[in-house]
Design a protein around this ligand. Structure first.
Ligand code: FES
Length: 134
């Protein structure tokens, strides 16, 4: 409930390293996530701007809290279920709001990796090492 009443990390980041903006086809709500990522590949800060329902705002608030301090690889694993669990659950009709948060985080990471091909290569190499048979 706390993230519904007191959303964290609202706003934009000046000089964001990655920005993801996504919209939900179902309801037309829009979510924008900005990330600050250090040279070590760790997310040092995250902010959101959400034009949408309360669950979308709570989901983006929680998602920004969850990815702070994580590496790019770890943040890529964030799922909407992690967000829902961390919020203590969402009603079934509101699950798509948490999906929006997952998509916005991934879009921001993609944006960062597009701007930093050297880091994209590092992430791809680490992934390949973990899954040698794939
Ligand atoms: Fe659209 Fe929640 S109703 S994101």
């Amino acid at each position: 409930m706390d993230h519904f009443l007191n959303p964290r990390n609202m706003g934009d980041l000046e000089d964001a390293d990655g920005i993801g903006e996504v919209g939900a086809a179902a309801c037309g709500d829009i979510m924008k996530i900005s990330l600050k990522i250090g040279n070590d590949g760790r997310i040092s800060d995250a902010r959101f701007k959400t034009f949408g329902c309360g669950s979308a705002i709570a989901s983006s608030s929680m998602a920004t809290e969850l990815v702070k301090g994580k590496t790019i690889e770890e943040a890529m694993q964030l799922s909407n279920k992690n967000v829902v669990d961390a919020l203590g659950g969402l009603p079934p009709v509101k699950i798509h709001c948490s999906v929006l948060a997952e998509e916005a985080i991934k879009a921001a990471l993609d944006d960062y990796l597009k701007r930093h091909p050297e880091m994209a290569a590092r992430v791809a190499a680490a992934k390949a090492q973990k899954q040698p048979n794939e």
